[in-house]
Design a protein around this ligand. Structure first.
Ligand SMILES: *Cc1c(COP(=O)(O)O)cnc(C)c1O
Length: 383
C-alpha cells in the first residue's frame, strides 16, 4: 500500500534516543530546550516566544486559555479545519462560528472571515491549508483593524512563509504539530508561539501544575528552605514535552530541508505529469512572495466521480484521503449554516500520497493509476 502520509525515521533518530537513555535524564531537559530554541530560530523569533507541549491540540487549548476565550465569546474558525480547534473553542465555553473557504485553495479569504464577525467575536483562527499560506496577510490586517486576536493553526505550515515571515507568527498565537502524520515528527509534540512572551511564561506554568519555582518564598526563606518545597500559583496540568521525544524532534528539524526538497520534487512531478488531464484540477499556484510546505497535494474532480476514484485507487494499493471533513457538518458543534465554497471543495477534493519516503516508482504508479481512473470515469460521464 502506498501511504498518503508517512514519517521518515531511522538510525539518526534511534541514536539520538539512545543518547538520551544513556544520559539517565529522560524528562524535560536539555533536549527540550534545544528543540524549542531550534524551532524558534527556524521561525525567526526569539526563544522567549516559544514553548513546547505534548501536542498541537494541547497548544491550541493553551492558546484559547491564554487568549481569555470563554463563555459569551465567539471564535471564527474556517469550516475546513481540524476538530482540535473547534474542540478547544467549545471546551472553553465559547462558540465556534464557522466561516467559508475558497473552493480551490480551501483557505478562507479576509472576506470569508469578515462575513462571520459579530460584536461577540473575540478571536479568529486560521489554518494554512496544505501548507499554502493563504490570505494570511490580509486576515492579519483585518484582525488588527478590528481588535481581534488571531490564532494560527500552523500544523500544516511548518516551513511556510508569506513575504518572508513564518506562518504562525502573523498573529497573537501560533501552534504546530509534530505528531506521526506531519512532515517533521517528534513521535508526538506541539509548539506554541505567543507574540507576548508573558503568555509563554504563564503557559509554562499552566503546562506544569502551575508550579511557581519557589517564588512563593522570599529570598531569606528560600535559602533557609528545603529545595523540595513548592508553591502553586495556578491550577495547571502536566503537558510538557520530554527529552526522548525532543531528541527525535531535533533530528527531524535538522532533516527538514531534505524532506522539503524531496516533497518539492514529487509535487513538481505531479504538477507536470497530471497537467492537462481532462476533468482534473491541480492545486492552485502559490502567489508571488508565498512559500509553501508541500504538506498536501490535492486534486479536484467532478463530485460524482470523486468517491469512485478514491475507491479505485484504494483497490490498486494507493491510499488517498480528504483533509479536512467540514466542521459545520459535525453535529456536536451545533452549527446551522450553508457554506457553499467549502461544501463544493469537500465534494470534489482528494489528497494524493505526499511524503518524502515516496520513491520515483511510487509517484509513477500514482500518476498512472489516477490518469487511468479519471480518464475512464470522465469519458463515461461524458457519454
Ligand atoms: C495534526 C494537526 C493537528 C493536531 O495535532 P496534534 O499534535 O496531533 O494534536 C491540529 N491541526 C491541524 C491542522 C493538524 O494537521
Amino acid at each position: 500500500m502506498i501511504n498518503v502520509f508517512q514519517p521518515s525515521l531511522g538510525e539518526e533518530e534511534l541514536d539520538a534516543v539512545r543518547a538520551v537513555f544513556e544520559s539517565n535524564w529522560i524528562g524535560k531537559g536539555a533536549k527540550v530546550d534545544e528543540f524549542e530554541r531550534t524551532f524558534a530560530a527556524h521561525l525567526g523569533v526569539d526563544a522567549a516566544n516559544v514553548m513546547s507541549v505534548t501536542s498541537c491540540t494541547e497548544a491550541t487549548f493553551l492558546a484559547m486559555e491564554l487568549a481569555g476565550v470563554g463563555p459569551g465569546c465567539e471564535v471564527v474558525v474556517p469550516t475546513v479545519s481540524f476538530v482540535s480547534v473547534a474542540n478547544a473553542v467549545a471546551a472553553h465555553g465559547a462558540r465556534p462560528v464557522f466561516c467559508d473557504v475558497d473552493p480551490r485553495t480551501l483557505n478562507p479569504t479576509a472576506e470569508h472571515v469578515e462575513a462571520a464577525l459579530t460584536s461577540a467575536t473575540k478571536a479568529v483562527v486560521v489554518l494554512h491549508y496544505g501548507g499554502h499560506p493563504g490570505d494570511i496577510e490580509r486576515i492579519a490586517a483585518l484582525c488588527r483593524d478590528r481588535g481581534l486576536l488571531l490564532i494560527e493553526d500552523a500544523a500544516n505550515a511548518v516551513a511556510s512563509t508569506a513575504g518572508g515571515r513564518a506562518c504562525g507568527t502573523f498573529g497573537d498565537f501560533g501552534v504546530w504539530s509534530f505528531d506521526h502524520g506531519k512532515i517533521a515528527v517528534a513521535v508526538d509534540g506541539g509548539i506554541l508561539y505567543a507574540r507576548d512572551p508573558a503568555h509563554v511564561e504563564r503557559g509554562r506554568k499552566l503546562a506544569y501544575f502551575g508550579l511557581e519555582a519557589f517564588s512563593g518564598f522570599s529570598q531569606a526563606e528560600r535559602s533557609a528552605n528545603r529545595w523540595w518545597d513548592i508553591e502553586v500559583s495556578e491550577f495547571g496540568r502536566r503537558s510538557i514535552m520530554n527529552d526522548v521525544l525532543a531528541a527525535v524532534g531535533c533530528v527531524q528539524l535538522r532533516r527538514l530541508p531534505d524532506f522539503l526538497r524531496r516533497r518539492g520534487e514529487i509535487v513538481a512531478r505531479y504538477d507536470r505529469e497530471l497537467a492537462g488531464l481532462p476533468g482534473l484540477a491541480l492545486p492552485p499556484r502559490l502567489p508571488e512572495g508565498h512559500v509553501g510546505s508541500h504538506y498536501f497535494y490535492w486534486v479536484q474532480m467532478a463530485a460524482d466521480i470523486r468517491d469512485d476514484v478514491a475507491a479505485d485507487l484504494y483497490r490498486r494499493g494507493i491510499y488517498t484521503t480528504l483533509r479536512y471533513p467540514l466542521l459545520h457538518k459535525v453535529r456536536a458543534y451545533g452549527a446551522d449554516v450553508r457554506l457553499p465554497g467549502a461544501e463544493r471543495a469537500a465534494a470534489t477534493t482528494l489528497c494524493l500520497p505526499l511524503h518524502q519516503g515516496l520513491s520515483d516508482a511510487d509517484v509513477t504508479a500514482v500518476v498512472a493509476a489516477l490518469t487511468e481512473t479519471v480518464t475512464a470515469r470522465s469519458a463515461r460521464e461524458a457519454s
